[in-house]
Design a protein around this ligand. Structure first.
Ligand code: FES
Length: 106
């Protein structure tokens, strides 16, 4: 079952920044791309590398190791060598707090 978790304050994540979040042993990446908040798995689909080490380019995240870019909207890879999408997760902002829809720990 999935539930909403409060993961950040809006002010912690200005445009162009990212934050790593761990919930129930799983790592997520929050990103503010041009004022919109996205959440994806903090793991490249090509090799096991944190995408937090990469950089935001528009509404994409570019992996630091081999340079594949992934859409933060769909998770689809836009460049090789990655061919598999990354998981995206719903987020909502309410009363200056950011919530992420994630699997419950139990
Ligand atoms: S590890 Fe990310 S593109 Fe290769």
């Amino acid at each position: 079952m999935a539930e909403w978790f409060e993961v950040a304050r809006r002010g912690e994540l200005p445009p162009g920044t990212m934050k790593r979040v761990e919930l129930a042993g799983r790592r997520y990446l929050l990103a503010n791309a041009n004022g919109r908040i996205y959440a994806v798995d903090d793991l490249c689909s090509h090799e096991e590398v944190s995408l937090y080490l990469g950089c935001l380019e528009g509404d994409t995240i570019k992996c630091s190791l081999h340079g594949s870019r992934f859409s933060l909207i769909s998770g689809e890879p836009l460049d090789e060598p990655a061919t598999e999408p990354i998981n995206t997760h719903p987020v909502k902002v309410s009363a200056e707090r950011i919530y992420l829809l994630a699997k419950s720990p139990n």
